[in-house]
Design a protein around this ligand. Structure first.
Ligand SMILES: *Cc1c(COP(=O)(O)O)cnc(C)c1O
Length: 392
């Protein structure tokens, strides 16, 4: 029953769905007085995420950005090093590089699946770097290349084998930013269970949320122990306040982890819902000139965390930004992709190369409403507006 009133209710881009055991688990925290960073839900949440992702170890963090900072520090990224980072991503991984006094080098996206271009990584390392004593240095800056951070954007995995092969050949550690890709599969296996450190985020608009939160997964016990140590101010004694390093207060609280445990119980349903929403958009726009949904690689199972279309201005008769305004006028929230980081005023202190693919995707892409709880009638409203406004 879609009434006139329904037509006016705002359809948000992506909001949390909190209809499982969230209340019960939060109440349990309050009833047991475990609200802070000690408590049974933290460990339980770590186990749930590790098991789901197929990771051997998982360490909860206060948010995904903190997780990236931690993972890069544990990869031995140092001041004045350089780190290869996807150009087309939310800004957090580049900021985390700067927190360590190192510099991001932005790698363009490949045009098919929009992820970090493995061929561009290879070209950079082969043509613009030199290897001395087993270490790789940029010819341009003389700085050491300390790590590679591929970001699995929008729920779709990067071509991990290709990137890991190159990284292995040059002996450079990989830290995967999987903030947007919990549950995504690469060649049948979920992201996070591989041989790299991998970082997840549970911010409000992510697939599952803890309000704010993150997780670092790793196959290595030593790395996991070191990560846990650094998240708790590197406290080195069980009773005495003695600290052996400069650590961080990066632990997740029991309250947040309680939310996370309830959310993890529903994670598969949320993924199915996201995938069904994307499939419906794909079918609905199949015959609409100028509108195409983000593709999925043969080796990938995307969660379609955000259903994102490309708007071809010539074919559709309107730019992605103009369509955003039309949707907004109809009380429908949509969102462009992130400004490619080589263009970001926050990261202009260092030489950057052009990233034309990232630029093109930035100008033409638009993410559409895709909350896991999106109703069919709401999605129909979005589809109708996109279909009816083509100027051709
Ligand atoms: C959300 C996100 C993060 C981390 O965000 P937090 O809000 O710090 O949890 C990092 N990288 C990417 C690509 C993200 O989308």
């Amino acid at each position: 029953m879609s009434s006139e009133l329904d037509q006016k209710i705002r359809i948000p881009l992506s909001v949390p769905q909190l209809d499982g055991n969230e209340w019960a688990y939060l109440k349990e925290c309050l009833d047991t007085n475990f609200v802070s960073s000690v408590g049974p839900f933290v460990e339980r949440f770590e186990h749930l995420v590790a098991e789901f992702a197929g990771a051997r170890h998982a360490v909860a963090t206060v948010n995904g950005t903190a997780g990236l900072h931690l993972a890069l520090r544990l990869s031995d990224v140092r001041p004045e090093d350089e780190v290869l980072v996807s150009a087309l991503t939310f800004i957090a991984p580049a900021n985390a590089v700067r927190y360590l006094g190192a510099w991001p080098v932005f790698i363009d996206a490949e045009p098919h699946y929009w992820q970090m271009d493995a061929a561009a990584v290879e070209r950079f390392l082969e043509e613009q770097c030199v290897t001395r004593d087993g270490k790789v240095y940029s010819r341009l800056s003389g700085r050491r290349i300390a790590a590679i951070v591929p970001v699995h954007i929008l729920g779709h995995p990067v071509d991990l084998d290709a990137i890991c092969e190159i990284a292995g050949r040059f002996q450079i550690p990989v830290v995967e930013d999987a903030s947007e890709a919990l549950g995504a599969r690469y060649r049948g296996r979920r992201i996070g269970g591989g041989c790299n450190m991998c970082v997840f985020s549970f911010n409000g608009n992510k697939l599952i949320t803890t309000g704010g939160g993150g997780m670092v997964t790793t196959p290595c016990q030593t790395v996991a122990t070191a990560a846990r140590h650094l998240t708790t101010q590197a406290k080195a004694h069980p009773h005495e306040y003695e600290h052996d390093q400069v650590g961080y207060n990066y632990r997740l609280t029991n309250l947040q982890a309680a939310l996370g445990c309830a959310q993890m119980e529903e994670v598969c349903g949320k993924i199915s819902a996201k995938q069904a929403i994307a499939a419906r958009y794909r079918t609905a726009f199949e015959d609409l000139p100028g509108i195409t949904l983000m593709p999925e690689a043969g080796w990938a199972e995307s969660t379609f965390w955000l259903s994102t279309i490309l708007v071809d201005e010539r074919e559709y008769g309107m730019s992605s930004r103009a369509l955003r305004e039309v949707l907004d006028g109809e009380n429908i929230e949509s969102r462009p992709l992130w400004q490619p980081l080589q263009r970001s005023p926050a990261h202009q202190a260092f030489f950057h190369r052009a990233c034309p693919v990232a630029d093109h995707l930035w100008r033409t892409a638009l993410s559409l409403p895709c909350s896991a709880g999106l109703r069919e009638a709401e999605q129909s409203r979005v589809i109708d507006v996109v279909r009816c406004n083509r100027k051709g």
